[in-house]
Design a protein around this ligand. Structure first.
Ligand SMILES: [Zn+2]
Length: 237
């Protein structure tokens, strides 16, 4: 299978371009520029063995950028696994669910779960990551974007690489965010951006929150930082 040739003109001229803005707090955090610790990947927040390192397919990336991706992609996969485990074990009554997806509702919980299941089935290590495409320079607030018609291709701008490796608005959570935009993973939109807006969306319009990429991003990041159900399972074993 081959991807169609990439056309930036096409991306800019159609409605298929979806962008993600990085929270200003992260952009202005000089600490975010410090690369994650070298060597073995570990996350003290979760009791699950981190996925092994991957070597993602990269285009136009520096060695440092490729290294950042080799750590962020497996962490994103762990975020998705923790999110799924938490959804399963806590159901729609869980604090994290209610914070990012609003009032408990079995049908909406099922929709959210199905999207994380699709993400878990997806082949993130097989994605192609394009670093600093020319479109980045025209939208300085962008950290990443995808054309949802071009399956498995993620475009990353400078905002992505100055983000921290983990947590909300991190490289790992941004990958989760972008992956939810694809048809097969939920086909989310960017109705609301940032933590405050996304929380407000969940409180006031939960049926829209379950279609908003940032809400999935923050739910997954928080599920991982809280330890999630996987943490409890590992502790119990
Ligand atoms: Zn987005």
């Amino acid at each position: 299978m081959s991807f169609p040739s990439f056309s930036w003109d096409l991306l800019r001229s159609t409605a298929t371009l979806i962008v993600c803005s990085l929270a200003a707090t992260v952009l202005h955090h000089p600490d975010a520029l410090v690369p994650p610790s070298t060597g073995v990947l570990s996350d003290p927040h979760i009791g699950l063995a981190i996925n092994p390192r991957v070597t993602p397919r990269v285009v136009n990336c520096t060695g440092t950028e490729a290294e950042a991706l080799s750590q962020a992609v497996p962490l994103a996969i762990d975020y998705i696994a923790n999110a799924l485990a938490e959804l399963e074990h806590e159901g729609p009554e869980g604090d994290n669910y209610r914070r990012w997806f609003g009032a408990p509702n079995r049908q909406r919980h099922s929709t959210v779960s199905s999207h994380f299941e699709a993400l878990a089935r997806d082949d993130l290590p097989g994605y192609t990551f394009i670093c600093n495409p020319s479109a980045c320079t025209e939208h300085e607030s962008e950290c990443a974007f995808v054309d949802y018609t071009i399956k498995g291709v993620m475009n990353l701008c400078s905002g992505f690489f100055i983000a921290p490796n983990r947590g909300r608005n991190s490289r790992a959570s941004i990958i989760v965010h972008e992956a939810t935009h694809f048809f097969r993973n939920g086909f989310t939109s960017d109705h609301a951006r940032g933590e405050s807006e996304s929380e407000r969306l969940a409180r006031s319009f939960p049926h829209i929150a379950i279609t908003n990429a940032d809400n999935y991003e923050y739910f997954a990041a928080d599920a991982c930082s809280r330890g999630g159900a996987l943490h409890s399972l590992t502790d119990a074993s």
